[in-house]
Design a protein around this ligand. Structure first.
Ligand code: F0G
Length: 452
């Protein structure tokens, strides 16, 4: 059979509600043109994020009932730890409440004034946590990644030559870790090749540097490696995942992505003394080492989620549904970041509305347009998210249509395609925005805008 179907059937349903255009106009104004400030009940199709928004399986819910809520040494902790150890090879595993808690623990310990942390592209919370520690976060994507039309199969790769230049320029003693984010969320959800991970490892060995993976979407990355990388197609997803983790000294994971849970995170550390320090900090601010700010049931759901995400028919359906959305938009003339990535389609807002300059946030204009048009909530990944406070505007102005795991069907995506194309035909009517007020960091969450 050629048709790739959702490899599950639906047991529990949740109604979604259509609003009128007039209602949406008012709701958008009341939310100060920031869709983070909308109420979710006023959104028809929520493509804000794939984080914590996935549907759990019957087995995950069963695990939630079975879970052990003991404060210390719970059965559920050991199930979680064994799942992670068998999947990644790491013996030292800490649960955290989500990805940014893992980042905060790590950078409180290894960051600080004068330090520099390179990455392919830092996600916003990673950058914010590094900067909060006093260190500098540097993005080193390959040049191909900055061109939405370039169909390089591994646009998430870190630029190895630029990495080595940076190490030589600032000195290895100032670099507490080299990071690579798989898939590269801020760079279009693009994968990183195994060859690039191996080369990064070699550079880290040469300069005796730590290599940390931001592994939020490790399984999706592994699927791309299997599909696209010479010499990898015969390997199982499990083997590829294992090698990705074998190459690094630590990993921060938001289980809200490829753990397919609504809350949870992981910190993996190879070095015993750093693990001890992280454990002490975890106890101080998050919770005891066998629950890390979570309930036993969350650990149980994560253990099961990390198993299910490795299933190849799940990954095939997952990546194909993103590709389907992307193909239809490209065919209608909407420029997206090509090829489609792992968890989202990234619309190129610069070409969608060339009449709006970056200072007037073209991505945010498209986000507002999609909500007006179809009650769809997308997210800006451009100058709103990364600019401001003296930072340069990013290379690309993107709008991310992020697909939650196992939540929407193909007809939901057909609706999103129709609404996006409809908006595209009337794109001249989109207007730029101006920021009325904003916080110092992570401004996209709470900034208020007005339309120009
Ligand atoms: N790293 C990456 C690559 C991420 O995409 C995220 C979250 C985090 C770290 C932080 O994890 O949210 O559990 O604290 N990304 C979400 C998104 C929020 O919408 O892309 P967290």
């Amino acid at each position: 059979m050629k048709t790739i179907i959702e490899p599950f059937r639906i047991k529990v349903v949740e109604p979604i509600r259509m609003t009128t255009r007039d209602e949406r106009e008012r709701l958008l104004r009341e939310a100060s043109y920031n869709v983070f400030l909308l109420r979710a009940k006023d959104v028809l199709i929520d493509l804000l994020t794939d984080s914590g928004t996935g549907a759990m399986s019957a087995e995950q819910w069963a695990g939630i009932m079975r879970a052990d809520e003991s404060y210390a040494g719970a059965v559920s902790f050991y199930r979680f730890k064994e799942q992670l150890t068998s999947m990644t090879g790491f013996e030292y595993v800490l649960p955290t409440h989500q990805g940014r808690a893992s980042e905060r623990l790590l950078f409180e310990l290894i960051g600080g004034e004068g330090k520099v942390v390179p990455n392919n592209t830092h996600f916003d919370t990673t950058r914010a946590n590094i900067e909060h520690s006093g260190a500098e976060a540097v993005d080193l994507q390959i040049p191909e990644a900055k061109d939405p039309r370039n169909r390089h199969p591994f646009k998430g790769n870190i630029d190895i030559a630029a990495l080595e230049d940076l190490i030589k320029r600032v000195g290895p003693e100032r670099i507490p870790a080299v990071m690579v984010t798989v898939t590269n969320n801020s760079g279009g959800g693009q994968p990183v090749s195994m060859a690039n991970l191996r080369e990064t490892r070699a550079i880290c060995d040469k300069y005796k540097l730590r290599f940390i993976l931001d592994a939020c979407r490790f399984a999706e990355n592994a699927w791309f490696i299997k599909q696209r990388e010479p010499g990898q197609t015969e390997r199982s997803i499990r083997e590829i995942v294992r090698e990705m983790f074998d190459l690094v000294d630590g990993a921060t994971i938001s289980a809200k992505k490829d753990g397919i849970v609504n809350i949870g995170g992981v910190l993996l550390i190879r070095d015993e003394s750093l693990f001890q320090d992280a454990s002490n900090l975890l106890i101080l601010t998050e919770g005891y080492v066998t629950y890390g700010g979570l309930a036993g049931r969350d650990l149980e759901a994560m253990a099961q989620g990390f198993e299910e995400v490795l299933e190849e028919d799940y990954l095939q359906y997952r990546i194909r549904s993103i590709e389907y959305l992307g193909e239809r938009l490209i065919n209608a003339g909407v420029q997206i970041v090509e090829p489609t990535g792992g968890h989202a389609v990234y619309v190129d807002a610069k070409s969608f509305c060339p009449h709006i300059p970056p200072e007037q946030f073209p991505g945010q204009a498209v986000v507002c347009g999609l909500y007006r048009e179809g009650g769809i909530r997308a997210v800006e990944i451009g100058s709103v998210m990364f600019g401001g406070h003296g930072r340069p505007n990013p290379a690309m102005e993107l709008v991310r249509l992020t697909i939650p795991r196992r939540v929407y069907t193909q007809s939901h995506l057909d609706y999103v395609i129709e609404a996006t194309i409809e908006l595209y035909t009337r794109r001249e009517s989109l207007r730029g925005l101006r920021i009325l007020d904003e916080p110092k960091a992570l401004r996209h969450f709470t900034a208020r805008f007005e339309e120009l």
